[in-house]
Design a binder for this molecule. Structure first.
Ligand code: SAH
Length: 466
């Protein structure tokens, strides 16, 4: 981020604009939304600017900009539509310690003006650091459409009511109250009887909430998918949006954690700081403890929680403590991996079954039905297989698997740093060693990337650029 978004307090302060033409007028339209005192300096104002002065909305000084004009201003705009003049006035304003924006000159500006969605006091600023103004405009249009025009009125009335709402305990109860006000009873009151109906509606909603029975906590066991936030289900996103507490694993990406409600307590149980991740029994205890305190707990697990996720232990803990829970499935690494290969997990006349297997289990190397897995056309997704490649390879070859069986390793599936390594069974172990994987990786036995599958088998090892 080269520009840090802040909201500048401008009520009662000076904002100075150098320029009296269309370029200045465009800025003035925005600045006039504020409670700042606006001064415009320049010769030959266009009619619209003169009218603003006649209506006492701005102070117009009709002469060219001089030293002293930017003194004590919070913000300064050089908006002359003339590079030489803008540079001249900006130099003066700099000397007078104003924060300077030169219109259409990102490099020499100390601040930039974002695209704004105005539901005052709710204001949304959208910036692209000058990279994509079209994108900013389309996001703005999207938000304008989505946010009811009454939002500003509700927020203003709501603000005056904040103190009274302190009778509700902080946290979920208070949040539930406000969310019902902004999205249900508030808009309904305005629609039915106009602005005057909002305050009584607020009061009666508060009475309802004060008298409501204590809500119980609950747990969502949520699949975070393989890493790409767009591969989250809508249900998972909604749960994250509402969570009081998010307990997450090491493989959950920062982009997904960003989607959690800002006030949510984020608990990392996958940290490897002291060598190991948290013990499963501690994770179970944390889930239950927060839920019993009445919180909405999201237990966020990579991929699908039902695949190598120790889900059952967490469910058992919830059941033992009498805590309500639900499972929200996610896209498992194997699904993301085959998608990147442009292949299917099952295919008519090739394999009518697919196995999800783990490279190791609690006892060490995991044993499987190797004879079945060694048959031509078999497909298996090997999770947690990085360190067990030699073992898997040995077992399969021992049970008669074709050494040229295609194998694909997908590291960081669905993430920007995704890698696909196409190899064969006989090359699996050396390929893995050479690849020096640092991210999570899944091995797809029996599958080559579609493009590589069409190339002859004489190319045993191939790394595909992504
Ligand atoms: N519940 C998860 C699996 C957890 S076990 C799921 O459904 O995907 C952890 C293993 O999953 C890792 O060792 C790796 O084999 C695999 N994995 C998880 N995310 C992955 C990703 N983005 N790319 C490749 N493999 C991944």
């Amino acid at each position: 981020m080269q520009h840090f978004p802040v909201f500048v307090a401008v009520a009662g302060r000076r904002i100075v604009v150098s320029g009296t033409g269309e370029c200045a007028l465009a800025k003035l339209r925005l600045l006039l939304k504020t409670e700042a005192r606006i001064t415009v300096v320049g010769t030959d104002p266009i009619d619209a600017v003169r009218k603003l002065a006649d209506d006492n909305r701005i102070t117009l000084i009709e002469r060219s900009f001089e030293p002293g004009d930017a003194l004590c201003s919070a913000l300064f705009y050089a908006a002359n539509d003339d590079e030489v003049e803008d540079t001249r006035v900006a130099t003066i304003a700099h000397r007078e310690c104003a924060m300077v924006n030169i219109v259409d000159n990102l490099a020499d500006s100390q601040f930039i003006t974002p695209a704004i969605v105005d539901r005052d006091p709710v204001t949304i600023a959208i910036g692209t650091e000058g990279a994509a103004p079209v994108l900013a405009r389309s996001i703005k249009a999207d938000l304008e459409e989505r946010l009811p025009s009454t939002l500003g009125i509700l927020a203003r009335i709501g603000k005056g009511f904040r103190k009274s709402v302190e009778v509700l305990p902080m946290g979920r109860k208070r949040r539930d109250f406000w969310s019902e006000f902004y999205f249900k009873s508030g808009p309904a009151a305005i629609e039915a009887d106009g602005e005057t109906a909002v305050a009584p509606a607020l009061q009666s909603l508060l009475d309802q909430h004060v008298n409501a029975e204590e809500k119980e906590g609950h747990v969502d066991l949520v699949g975070a998918g393989p890493g790409d936030p767009e591969l989250l289900t809508l249900k998972a996103r909604n749960a994250l949006n509402k969570a009081d507490v998010v307990i997450y694993d090491r493989l959950v990406t920062p982009e997904i954690l960003e989607l959690a409600r800002r006030e949510a307590l984020m608990i990392d149980v996958g940290k490897e700081g002291f060598g190991k991740s948290a013990k499963q029994s501690d994770i179970d205890a944390a889930i239950v403890e927060h839920a019993l305190e009445g919180h909405h707990v999201v237990r966020l697990k990579s991929g699908d929680p039902t695949v190598f996720g120790r889900l059952d232990e967490e469910i058992d803990a919830c059941e033992a403590a009498g805590v309500a829970y639900r499972v929200i499935p996610g896209i498992t690494a194997a699904s993301a991996a085959v998608a990147t290969l442009n292949q299917s997990l099952t295919k008519r006349d090739r394999n009518s079954a697919v196995r999800l297997i783990t490279g190791h289990d609690t006892r060490g190397f995991a044993e499987h039905d190797w004879r079945a897995l060694a048959r031509p056309g078999e497909v298996a997704a090997i999770y947690m297989g990085k360190k067990t490649a030699r073992f898997v390879q040995g077992r399969l070859l021992m049970h008669g698997a074709d050494p040229m069986t295609p194998v694909s390793i997908i590291e960081n599936a669905s993430r920007p740093d995704q890698r696909i390594i196409a190899t064969t069974l006989v090359e699996l172990e050396p390929t893995l060693t050479e690849a020096n994987l640092s991210g999570p990786a899944i091995t797809m036995l029996g599958l080559a990337p579609r493009a590589a599958a069409q190339i002859s088998q004489t190319l045993p090892k191939q790394e595909l650029a992504q």
